[in-house]
Design a protein. Structure first.
Length: 140
């Protein structure tokens, strides 16, 4: 039995669809990574320039359960360096653990300090947004 032109076209369309599906998943993953990178840059810039309320706003609405940072005390901190050390994504790509080195000076003591701040992020698939899970860094 010879396939009809209509059946042949349907099979070709199905084959093309199967070829395109992995590309769509790859595009969604790339879009998610782009959103993560933008969110992480926002966080790093907020910390670098002392915009700790903006950095704290990157938590999921409803918060982490951690107490609100002492913004008055944080105004005494001058961050001089924020350096990304590494990012590890979960196998599903919906969580990330980030290591950042933060160098800062306390306004009154003028002592330079450096910490390595590990922070976790999670993708909310419905909102298509990454949220900070960890409390802000302890800059004492």
């Amino acid at each position: 039995m010879k396939p009809t032109p209509r059946l042949s076209h349907a099979l070709i369309a199905l084959g093309l669809l199967l070829l395109l599906l992995p590309g769509c998943a790859g595009m969604q993953q790339r879009e998610s990574q782009d959103r993560f990178e933008a969110r992480l840059r926002t966080f790093e810039n907020a910390v670098r320039w002392g915009e700790f309320q903006l950095a704290n706003a990157l938590h999921r609405p409803g918060g982490t359960g951690a107490p609100e940072p002492d913004y008055d005390r944080l105004r005494e901190i001058r961050v001089t360096t924020v350096e990304l050390l590494g990012v590890q994504f979960s196998p599903d790509g919906d969580r990330a653990h980030v290591q950042t080195r933060i160098e800062y000076t306390h306004e009154y003591t003028q002592r330079v300090r450096s910490i390595v701040y590990g922070h976790d992020w999670e993708l909310d698939a419905e909102a298509r947004e990454w949220y900070l899970l960890s409390p802000l860094p302890n800059l004492d």
